[in-house]
Design a protein around this ligand. Structure first.
Ligand code: GLN
Ligand code: ZN
Length: 754
C-alpha cells in the first residue's frame, strides 16, 4: 500500500496568484475567449500550481490535492458523482451556477462558517444518479502528463447530501453506488489515493449528528469494503467531529484528517486525545490538521509540535501533517505584499508560507532550527509589540460593565420621543443605504488611486454624487434619506482602513464565490478610532435636506465576520473594542445633527457556531457588541439595524435582543413569511423588504401593495416601515428609479385605505 505523504495540504487557492481563474471565467462569460482557450488557460494554471506546490516542498507522491473546480467545489463533485444532473459542457455547467434565459441558477449559500459560498444541489425530483468519472480522470491524466501524481478531491456522500435541498438521505444507497463507480474508475487509472471531505461531521445541521454518524457507517463501510478502489483519505475540516469520529474509526479508512486549528481546540480542548484514542491500534494514518487553513497568523511551531507528539501512540500508523482546512480561505502569498509593516509581516503566514510551516513540523526542530527560531521570534515580538497592544483601549473596555448592557430609556419611551422629534408619516419609506455604484464613481476611485485625482478633487466628485442621490430621494418622496455610500467600495474594508488595529493587504484576494474575490482586512491588535469616520459625509448630506438623513455604520459583528480575526484574544474582545469605537462615531454623528443612525449587521447569522451548544455564548457577545454601539445614544436618536437573509429562525431572539428602534430585514422573496414568528418576539419597528434587490426586475406597485398588506397582518400600522430588501449598490439607476417610485406609490395607496 502506498503510504500517505508526510506533508500535505487540504486544498490550495484556486483563483490563481494573479487571479488568472477570475479573468478566464469573466473572459469566457463575456465571449472574449472560446471554450478551448478557457480550458487551455485554466489547464496551464492548474499545472503551474502543481509545479509551484512541488517547488514549495510538496514533493512526495500524492502530496498535492487536485481540488479543482471552475466555479465551485460542491458543483464539481455534484457533477462528477451525478447528484447534480447536466453540466456536460461548459455552458451548461455555468448555467447551473449563474442561470441563463431558460433556467434559474442553483441557490448559493455559505460553506460552513466561512465566507466561501457553494451551490446547493437541488434534490427535488432526483431519482437516478449517473456518475461522470471522466471529469476527474481528465484531471488525473493532465497532471500525470506534467509529471505529477495528484490526489483527486471530492466532497463526500454524507456531506453533499446533508448540504442539499432537501437533505434527502433516501438517496444515499444510489449515491454510494455512484461514488463506488468513480472510485473504481480511479483505481483502474492507477490512482492510489483519493481525498473525500466530510465536514458535515463537525457541524450541527438539519440532520442530527447521530443520524449523520449512522449514515457515515452505512455509506463508508460499503465504499471501503469494495475491492477496486484507491486508498481513501477522509477529511473533517472546520471543527471537531463527535459521533462522526467514532463512526470513522469503526469504518477504518486508510487515512483520516482532523482539524486541530486553534479555533477548534479552543472549543474542544480534548479533541487530540479523543482522536488518538479513537484510532489506537488501527492502521489508519492520522493526518493532523495543525496549520490553520482559514486564518493568516504564523503558526507557533513549538505548540503544534507538542500536539503532534501527543497524537502518536505505540503501534499506531505514523502521523502526517496538514492544514486544518483547505487553504482556499487565505491569500496566496505574503510575497505579493510590499506595504505591510515589517513586524506585522513576520507574524503572518498565507498559503505558501503555511506549506513551509508544515514542512518544518514534519522535519522537527533538529532539522528545521531556522523555522522554529523564526516562529519563536514571531510569537515573542507579537506578544510584546506596543503597536498592537493599546493599554488605553484595554482599560476602557475593562471599565465597561460585564455581561448584558442596555440602552435607556426603554423602547416604548424612546418611540414616543422619536415620534415627536422626527414627525414621520404613517408607514415611513426609506432605503438600506447604498445607491448604485456607477461607472463614474468607479472611475473616480480608480483615478484617485493612481493619482490622477487628488484627495480634494475626489471628495468633490463624491459630494456631487451625494447631492444627486439626495435630490433623487427628495423627488421620489422618500421619508428617511441616505447619502448613498459612494465613498465605500467594500463597507468592511472602508471601516478597517479608518480604524487603528487593522491592516489591509494589496493582493490578499480570497475567493468568495465563482469569479468573485474579496480582500479581507486583518485585525492585528487592539482596535480604536483615531478620527471620526463618517460624519463629514452624513453632515454634508443632511445639509442638503430638511428630511432626516440616516447615518450609516457597519456593526462590530459584521466587521469581524468579514475580516481575519486575532487568534491571541477571544473574538468577543475585538467585538467590544469595535463596539466602543463605533459608539464614539454615534456620538459624533449626533453632534453633527444626525437623528437617525443605522448599524448594519448583515453577518450576524454568519458567525453562528457550527455546534448548537456554542451558539448561546456567541449570541451573547454579538448582541452585547451591537448594544455597546447604541448604548449612549440620545433617546431621541432613532437607531436602525439591517440584516439580510431570509432564514431567521435560529437567531430571531438575538435580532430582537439588539434592541434597535427599527429593524429592516430581507423578506420580499419569502413573501413576508418570516413575519409570522416576528410578532411575539419583536417590540421594535420593523421594515420587511418589499423589493427583492438581488434581481434586476422592477417590482410593480401592485405587488408591493400586496406585500405591505401581508406585513400589516402581523405588524401593527404604527410599527411598519416600507423599504427594499438590501442596499442598492449592485443595481443600476434604470431599475432603482422606477422601483422606488412604485414603492412610494404602493405605500401611499395602502395608507389611503387605512
Ligand atoms: N448599508 C449597506 C448597503 O446598503 C448594507 C449592506 C448589506 O446589508 N450587506 O449597502
Ligand atoms: Zn442587506
Amino acid at each position: 500500500m502506498a503510504t500517505f505523504p508526510k506533508a500535505t495540504i487540504e486544498g490550495y487557492p484556486r483563483i490563481g496568484a494573479n487571479r488568472e481563474l477570475k479573468r478566464a471565467l469573466e473572459s469566457y462569460w463575456a465571449g472574449r475567449i472560446d471554450a478551448e482557450t478557457f480550458r487551455s488557460t485554466t489547464r496551464a494554471l492548474r499545472i503551474d500550481t502543481y509545479n509551484h506546490l512541488r517547488d514549495l516542498g510538496l514533493d512526495e507522491e500524492y502530496a498535492i490535492p487536485a481540488d479543482v473546480a471552475y466555479y465551485d467545489q460542491v458543483l464539481e463533485t455534484g457533477l462528477t458523482v451525478g447528484l447534480i444532473p447536466g453540466g456536460t459542457d461548459l455552458d451548461e455547467e455555468f448555467a447551473l451556477a449563474r442561470g441563463n434565459d431558460t433556467r434559474v441558477p442553483l441557490e448559493m449559500t455559505k460553506w460552513f462558517d466561512t465566507n466561501y459560498h457553494y451551490l446547493v444541489p437541488e434534490l427535488e425530483g432526483v431519482t437516478e444518479i449517473t456518475p461522470a468519472p471522466e471529469r476527474v480522470l481528465r484531471l488525473v491524466e493532465e497532471a500525470r502528463e506534467a509529471g505529477h501524481a495528484v490526489r483527486p478531491v471530492l466532497v463526500g456522500p454524507i456531506t453533499i447530501l446533508a448540504l442539499s435541498k432537501p437533505a434527502d438521505f433516501s438517496l444515499l444507497d444510489k449515491l454510494v453506488d455512484a461514488y463506488a463507480t468513480v472510485f473504481a474508475a480511479l483505481a483502474d487509472a492507477g490512482v492510489e489515493w483519493v481525498q473525500v471531505a466530510e465536514p458535515a461531521l463537525v457541524a450541527d445541521l438539519s440532520t442530527p449528528d447521530a443520524d449523520l454518524a449512522k449514515y457515515t457507517e452505512q455509506a463508508w463501510s460499503t465504499l471501503l469494503g469494495a475491492d477496486n478502489r484507491p486508498n481513501v483519505y477522509i477529511t473533517t475540516p472546520y471543527g471537531s467531529a463527535r459521533e462522526g469520529l467514532k463512526a470513522l474509526a469503526s469504518v477504518k479508512p486508510e487515512a483520516v484528517h482532523v482539524d486541530l486549528s486553534p479555533w477548534t481546540l479552543d472549543a474542544d480542548a480534548d479533541y487530540p486525545a479523543r482522536v488518538a484514542a479513537a484510532f489506537e491500534g488501527t492502521d489508519t494514518t492520522i493526518v493532523a490538521g495543525l496549520i490553520d487553513g482559514r486564518n493568516v497568523w504564523a503558526a507557533d511551531l513549538r505548540t503544534k509540535a507538542e500536539i503532534l507528539n501527543s497524537l502518536s501512540a505505540d503501534g499506531n500508523a505514523p502521523i502526517s501533517v496538514s492544514t486544518s482546512t483547505s487553504l482556499q480561505h487565505v491569500p496566496h502569498t505574503l510575497n505579493a505584499e510590499k506595504n505591510l509593516p515589517v513586524d506585522v509581516a513576520t507574524w503572518l503566514s498565507f498559503a505558501d508560507e503555511k506549506i513551509g510551516e508544515i514542512k518544518a513540523l514534519v522535519a522537527g526542530e533538529e532539522n528545521a532550527p531556522e523555522a522554529f527560531g523564526r516562529s519563536d521570534r514571531a510569537v515573542r515580538t507579537r506578544t510584546e509589540s506596543t503597536k498592537i497592544h493599546n493599554a488605553d483601549v484595554v482599560a476602557r473596555v475593562d471599565k465597561l460593565p460585564a455581561g448584558e448592557v442596555k440602552r435607556a430609556p426603554e423602547f416604548a419611551e424612546r418611540k414616543k420621543i422619536q415620534g415627536e422629534v422626527l414627525g414621520l408619516p404613517a408607514l415611513p419609506t426609506t432605503t438600506i443605504g447604498s445607491f448604485p455604484q456607477t461607472t463614474e464613481i468607479r472611475q473616480a476611485r480608480a483615478a484617485h488611486r493612481n493619482g490622477e485625482l487628488n484627495d480634494e478633487q475626489y471628495t468633490e466628485a463624491l459630494k456631487q454624487e451625494v447631492k444627486q442621490v439626495i435630490e433623487l430621494q427628495e423627488r421620489l418622496g422618500l421619508d428617511v434619506l441616505v447619502h448613498g455610500e459612494p465613498e465605500r467600495n467594500d463597507m468592511v474594508q472602508y471601516f478597517a482602513e479608518l480604524l487603528d488595529g487593522f491592516v489591509v493587504t494589496e493582493n490578499g484576494w480570497v475567493q468568495s464565490y465563482g469569479s468573485r474575490c474579496t480582500r479581507p482586512p486583518i485585525v492585528v491588535g487592539d482596535v480604536s478610532r483615531p478620527n471620526a469616520m463618517t460624519t463629514e459625509w452624513s453632515a454634508f448630506a443632511q445639509s442638503l435636506s430638511e428630511k432626516p438623513v440616516k447615518g450609516m455604520l457597519t456593526g462590530p459583528v459584521t466587521i469581524l465576520a468579514w475580516s481575519f480575526k486575532r487568534d491571541d484574544v477571544p473574538v468577543s474582545v475585538s467585538a467590544d473594542q469595535i463596539g466602543v469605537a463605533l459608539a464614539d462615531e454615534v456620538a459624533d454623528l449626533e453632534a453633527a445633527g444626525i437623528q437617525v443612525i443605522q448599524i448594519d449587521e448583515p453577518a450576524l447569522r454568519e458567525l453562528l457556531p457550527l455546534r448548537a451548544d456554542a451558539r448561546p455564548e456567541y449570541l451573547a457577545w454579538a448582541v452585547r457588541a451591537f448594544r455597546l454601539v447604541a448604548l449612549n445614544a440620545q433617546p431621541s436618536t432613532q437607531i436602525h439595524t439591517h440584516l439580510c437573509y431570509s432564514e431567521f429562525g435560529q437567531i430571531i431572539e438575538a435580532v430582537a435582543g439588539l434592541d434597535a428602534d427599527v429593524t429592516s430585514i430581507e423578506a420580499a422573496r419569502s413573501k413576508m413569511e418570516l413575519l409570522e414568528d416576528i410578532d411575539e418576539t419583536f417590540h421594535s419597528e420593523i421594515g420587511p423588504g418589499v423589493w427583492d434587490i438581488h434581481s434586476p426586475r422592477v417590482p410593480s406597485k401592485e405587488e408591493m401593495v400586496e406585500l405591505i398588506k401581508a406585513a400589516l397582518e402581523n405588524v401593527p400600522t404604527d410599527r411598519l416601515w416600507v423599504n427594499p430588501d438590501c442596499g442598492l449598490k449592485t443595481r443600476g439607476y434604470a431599475e432603482v428609479e422606477p422601483s422606488l417610485t412604485n414603492m412610494v406609490a404602493a405605500r401611499d395607496e395602502v395608507v389611503s385605505g387605512l
